[in-house]
Write a protein that binds this ligand. Structure first.
Ligand SMILES: Nc1nc2c(ncn2[C@@H]2O[C@H](COP(=O)(O)OP(=O)(O)O)[C@@H](O)[C@H]2O)c(=O)[nH]1
Ligand SMILES: [Mg+2]
Length: 222
């Protein structure tokens, strides 16, 4: 009986993720799901992404956090449409669910958007397990977390198409080194596309923006 119930809940979520994906296909709108542990720099890199692309692309951001509207406030200041989802009323979930994303999309001017970004709740485990209708999952991994984390939390790195290695400005002060990070990320997912940058200083950021532009264009033309 219990197993049946769990299966039904998962089927319900997957069905909604399917509806989101259909809507995005119909709109030719590219969407990414950004995941990481808390504090890896998701919002900081999104602030810079929006700031650098504003005027070129119209961006909608769904912000997931257990509580507060801090991140949506930060993103809206940079010129994107931002909606905050708080998971506290859903029992303090540690990840965004497709139902939450669908509700948030109803608050966004979907007709205007060229790019949809979902910032997941900070957690290196659970968000990787839930489909929220995105085109690509993107994992952010900062050097301050220690270079062994891809080995310890492999699912998120396996599920993601892209790994954004952040906080490279701090490399001189840390034991983590980029060569080990590259090796560990690659050993868990040899197919993953990796960009290394500092969301704070902007070093290395241009290649990520170019990749994103290419994906938006490919979906619009596809
Ligand atoms: N030195 C440095 N700090 C960063 C960088 N990116 C983010 N931070 C800092 O890391 C902290 C957490 O960033 P935030 O974007 O809120 O992380 P999130 O929880 O993943 O959204 C903040 O104090 C940021 O200023 C970076 O590239 N270099
Ligand atoms: Mg954040």
């Amino acid at each position: 009986m219990e197993i049946k119930l769990v299966k039904k809940v998962l089927e319900y979520h997957d069905a909604i993720a399917g509806e989101i994906r259909e809507e995005l296909t119909r709109r030719k709108l590219y969407a990414i799901n950004i995941m990481s542990s808390p504090g890896a720099g998701k919002t900081t890199l999104l602030e810079r992404t929006v700031r650098e692309l504003v005027g070129e692309l119209t961006i909608g951001v769904v912000e997931g956090d257990i509580t507060t509207t801090n991140d949506a406030d930060r993103i809206a200041k940079q010129g994107a449409y931002a909606v905050q989802v708080n998971t506290e009323p859903f029992g303090g979930d540690c990840h965004l669910g497709a139902n939450m994303v669908q509700s948030a999309m109803a608050e966004l001017p979907m007709d205007k958007l060229d790019l949809l970004i979902m910032e997941n709740v900070g957690n290196l485990v659970c968000p990787a397990e839930f489909d929220i209708g995105e085109d690509d999952k993107v994992v952010v991994f900062s050097l301050t977390e220690g270079d062994d984390k891809p080995l310890k939390y492999p699912l998120m790195f396996r599920e993601s198409s892209v790994c954004l290695v952040n906080k490279i400005d701090l490399a001189p002060y840390l034991d983590s080194d980029l060569a080990t990070v590259r090796r560990n990320v690659g050993s868990v997912n040899p197919e993953i596309t990796t960009f290394e940058f500092s969301a704070k200083t902007g070093e290395g950021f241009a290649a990520w923006l170019d990749w994103l532009r290419g994906k938006v264009k490919a979906k619009q033309q596809g």
